[in-house]
Design a binder for this molecule. Structure first.
Ligand code: P6P
Length: 339
């Protein structure tokens, strides 16, 4: 059977009334930009793109050269297309308006251009995460507050993992679907339609080095997983931690599992609310995971129901196989005395 390319899939989605022409164009442009990012990432040491850029991003984190390159690729690709009103990125303090010489569209694009970039220099998978919102009508120059929409209003969300193969996972709210890059042709080809995450799992992902900082419900929950078949869960669990959210989430989208980045005493001591960013990490990943039958919470409430208060705000992230996420969330809500 002839492979279904991303372009054909987008046409199908338009015919089904799931997306409009402008959103279809936007996704094509983002996918094309991610192919260019893949080329830059795959050059590695030969491309002079490894190492630090010598600058810090808005989060105060040292930027990798590829962080800056990836951000520029996404901004440049989306400037002239006519489908965007503005972009927002992990790498930029404020939203980036579309230059006046280009036509504006009705969408807002948010992205982490290269998530997990600390892994680049050690040749471990990294990725791009993006989220698409509708620009409020009559807003000619979108400001940060126009991006502050709950995750449930997302029109699209996706990630691209730059690993042994380059894989795009995408949702418009009608299932989550996987496309693998055919490098010889240069097209993303549908490799899995309507992904389903198993409700149960025996694999968890968390940075165990933070264990002493966790709140009591997390200590209890992870303690039960570590106790294995001798403990209350009655089965052994395996652990993975790539320290690249896109790679960890893609494993969950492929074989199930759960990913946790909980609130902890270290984060609270700095006045923080979490490690991962709501608008361009947690919300898009939550949309993709929920559309595959998984769950995504902060440990206390559904991520996609949160009303954002700041463009770069951070939240705790519990996501993946539904039954595990619900149990971990239950432990936290029970400890809080919530109903
Ligand atoms: P830690 C990468 O910096 C990132 O934002 C996510 O991709 C990843 O899951 C997490 O942080 C890793 O955090 O504390 O283990 O380095």
């Amino acid at each position: 059977m002839r492979p279904i390319t991303l372009i054909q899939f987008l046409i199908e989605e338009r015919r089904a009334g799931h997306i409009n022409a402008e959103l279809s164009l936007l996704i094509e442009v983002v996918a094309r930009a991610c192919k260019r990012i893949a080329v830059a990432v795959n050059k590695g040491a030969l491309g002079g793109v490894l190492g630090n850029a010598g600058t810090d991003n808005v989060q105060g984190e040292a930027q990798k050269k590829l962080d800056v390159i990836s951000n520029e690729i996404l901004l440049e690709a989306n400037a002239w297309g006519g489908h965007l009103a503005a972009c927002a990125s992990e790498e930029m303090e404020d939203p980036q308006p579309i230059p006046d010489m280009y036509p504006k569209g009705h969408h807002l694009l948010l992205f982490d251009p290269l998530d997990g970039s600390s892994n680049i220099d050690v040749n471990v998978s990294v990725g791009t995460i993006f989220s698409v919102l509708r620009c409020p009508d009559e807003v000619a120059e979108p400001k940060a507050e126009h991006f502050l929409q709950p995750g449930t209003t997302q029109l699209a969300a996706g990630y691209v993992v730059y690993g042994p193969s380059t894989v795009l996972v995408l949702t418009f709210g009608h299932g989550s679907h996987e496309f693998t890059l055919d490098r010889e042709v240069g097209s993303f080809v549908l490799s899995r339609r309507d992904i389903r995450i198993p409700e149960q799992t025996a694999e968890f992902a968390i940075n165990m080095s933070n264990q002493r900082h966790w709140q009591a419900p997390m200590q209890r929950y992870i303690g039960e997983l570590l106790a294995g078949k001798d403990g209350p869960r009655g089965k052994d669990f395996n652990m993975r931690w790539v320290a690249s959210m896109v790679a960890d989430v893609h494993r969950i989208m492929t074989r199930g599992g759960v990913f946790y980045y909980p609130l902890d005493a270290k984060i609270l001591a700095k006045g923080g609310a979490g490690k991962l960013r709501l608008m361009y990490e947690a919300n898009p990943m939550a949309f993709i995971v929920e559309q595959a039958g998984g769950a995504a919470s902060t440990g206390r409430e559904r991520i996609m129901a949160l009303q954002p208060t700041a463009l770069h705000q951070r939240v705790p992230v519990f996501l993946g196989s539904k039954q595990e996420v619900e149990l971990a969330t239950h432990y936290h809500r029970e400890a809080d005395g919530a109903q």
